[in-house]
Design a protein around this ligand. Structure first.
Ligand code: ZN
Length: 117
């Protein structure tokens, strides 16, 4: 499953970082997952719980922010919401559309706790 390998790499990344910082455990991980990133947030939540079991992130809350897709027309410069990669400018019908936001996928921040419990 696509989301499982993503979840595993997130857990690996935050755990490595937490170890470097000498953290006891990770209480929260914040992700930015654009609506056009091709990642299913519910599925990622589920996979994250499984992937994090037995790691420093085992009790971490996963917060996912989902920026809407926004495109800009390469002909007339209009910006408009985009739901799919195949987008058409609502003003001039051009298909030369540049995606401005919505493709993000990154770990925005994490919260670490010093105390071992
Ligand atoms: Zn246009």
């Amino acid at each position: 499953m696509h989301e499982m390998s993503i979840a595993l790499s997130i857990v690996e990344a935050v755990e490595e970082r937490a170890r470097q910082e000498g953290a006891g455990w990770i209480s929260e991980v914040e992700l930015l997952v654009g609506k056009l990133a091709g990642i299913e947030p519910e599925s990622l939540q589920f996979c994250f719980s499984a992937a994090a079991a037995g790691t420093l992130a085992a009790r971490a809350r996963l917060a996912i922010e989902e920026p809407e897709g926004v495109g800009e027309c390469g002909e007339c410069g209009t910006t408009f919401p985009v739901n799919f990669y195949y987008a058409e400018c609502p003003a001039c019908r051009s298909l030369r559309v540049k995606i401005l936001t919505g493709e993000e996928f990154l770990i925005q921040s994490m919260t670490i706790e010093e105390e071992e419990e």
